[in-house]
Design a protein around this ligand. Structure first.
Ligand SMILES: [Zn+2]
Length: 144
């Protein structure tokens, strides 16, 4: 049994598993031709484009959530992905996502959820530390 009955058809919420959907996020991608990191190769390597105000070339893996920016025309998206996130479950796939068995697909989803939770917990800890430092500063002010 395979994930998708027809190519391009996946249940709602799982669209990013399709390369075409990831590719559609690269409408403002600065590297268009004559380079290694074209939108097509970025999407192939698992990335989606998520530009922010001061960084128009931020790309994030939809499975490990690793964000990379500062792309150079000669960068190979798959190589960069390997270099910065060697344990990514997407990179470990040896076949097209539409050919995964349900078990393999569920394993990939589990890894994705684990990564998402880790990222959110790290963010929450950072925010809490910032807040704790602010409060410490105020306590010190009251003491002096
Ligand atoms: Zn990844």
């Amino acid at each position: 049994m395979s994930l998708a009955e027809g190519k391009g058809q996946v249940p709602a919420g799982l669209e990013l598993y399709l390369k075409e959907k990831r590719l559609s996020t690269f409408t403002q991608w600065p590297f268009v031709s004559d380079c290694s990191c074209t939108a097509d190769r970025m999407a192939e390597a698992g990335f989606i484009h998520c530009p922010i105000e001061n960084a128009s070339d931020v790309a994030r893996c939809f499975i490990c959530f690793k964000e990379l920016e500062g792309w150079e025309p000669d960068d190979d998206p798959m190589e960069e992905h390997h270099k910065h996130s060697p344990n990514c479950a997407f990179l470990a796939l040896q076949k097209d996502i539409c050919d995964l068995t349900v078990e393999e697909f569920m394993e990939l989803r589990k890894e994705r959820m684990k990564n998402l939770i880790e990222k959110e917990v790290k963010h929450a800890i950072t925010e809490m530390e910032k807040y704790a430092n602010l409060i410490r500063g105020k306590i010190d002010q009251l003491r002096s």
